[in-house]
Ligand binder design. Structure first.
Ligand code: AMP
Ligand code: MN
Ligand code: MN
Ligand code: MN
Length: 283
């Protein structure tokens, strides 16, 4: 599936490439409809829209909102949002504001494990310091020789139960859905196969409760094909989409060269039984 890639990141959040570079790279790889979905902000969309015009691809305005649901951190993607909607912008501003303090606490936790200098190091990787987050920490920790790559950092550090992890209160699920829908967008459950309880996958009954609540609150779609799902998970989440009457989305969740399993547009087709999230779009 080269045409649609509805989830990726620029350096306006924790991607490595600028919005222009992301759009250009997507066009070179045959993507025709690209959603830029930076974490908790929409500041890259204007530049991406300019670049999309000159590459002849359609930019879909997106965002990926961090949510706390029960004890879990979830991500909700908003597609086709109005990036000027005041309630959305205010909501995103609210969740961003805790990131700097969280970063200080993360650095203190790492320092207690003998890893120093990380706060300054991580900020050097954050083109947009407003969105300082775990990926920037991980990149610096690789540079400093603590781990061989970003993936290894997320095994030994920065996750529940490990040094550098700091619990954080993000948006509520209902608020995230309301901001997205209030801005004219579609609320998509991002990479549902990635949610864990401790080190284990979220249990089936919890996942059912989550999708029931998500649907009842106005959630409309679920990522079936994403860079972090395995082929058996494509089939599993296609079944969930059917069971809950959700539209299906696909996106690479690309973060940059050498860091992502899937490049832009390099995704298999949605399973046949899925109703694509774009089926009702007049593009
Ligand atoms: P934050 O919003 O600061 O908690 O950072 C979350 C980001 O960390 C995600 O959007 C991913 O980009 C990255 N991340 C989380 N888990 C992993 C992992 N296992 N491997 C690589 N990157 C990860
Ligand atoms: Mn990310
Ligand atoms: Mn995510
Ligand atoms: Mn993402």
């Amino acid at each position: 599936m080269l045409d649609y890639d509805l989830h990726c990141h620029s350096n306006v959040s924790d991607g490595l490439l600028s919005p222009t570079e992301i759009v250009t790279r997507a066009a070179e790889r045959g993507v025709k409809f690209l959603a830029l979905t930076d974490h908790d902000n929409v500041d890259g969309l204007a530049e991406a829209a300019e670049a999309a015009k000159s590459c002849g691809i359609e930019l879909i305005n997106g965002v990926e909102i961090s949510v706390t649901w029960r004890t879990h951190t979830l991500h909700i993607v908003g597609l086709r949002i109005d990036p000027h909607n005041p309630a959305l912008l205010e909501g995103l501003h609210g969740i961003r504001s805790g990131r700097r303090h969280r970063a200080e606490l993360m650095a203190e936790s790492l320092a207690r494990s003998g890893i120093g200098g990380v706060l300054e190091g991580a900020y050097r990787y954050a083109a947009n310091p407003d969105i300082i987050g775990r990926t920037h920490f991980a990149r610096y920790m690789v540079e400093a020789g603590h781990c061989k790559d970003v993936g290894s950092v997320f095994k030994r550090y920065l996750v529940k139960g490990k040094p550098g992890y700091v619990p954080h209160q993000w948006a509520s699920l209902q608020d995230a859905i309301d901001w997205i829908r209030g801005a004219g967008g579609i609320a998509v459950m991002a990479h549902p196969g990635r949610y864990t309880a401790g080190r284990k996958a979220m249990g089936k009954s919890t996942l059912h409760e989550l999708l029931e609540e998500f649907t009842a609150m106005g959630g409309q779609a679920i990522e079936v094909v994403t860079g972090s799902h395995t082929p058996p998970q494509y089939a599993e989440f296609a079944r969930y989409a059917t069971e809950f009457g959700l539209l299906s989305s696909c996106g690479s969740d690309y973060h940059g060269p050498g860091e992502s399993y899937r490049d832009l547009g390099r995704l298999p087709d949605l399973p046949l039984e899925c109703k694509p999230v774009w089926s009702a779009w007049n593009l």
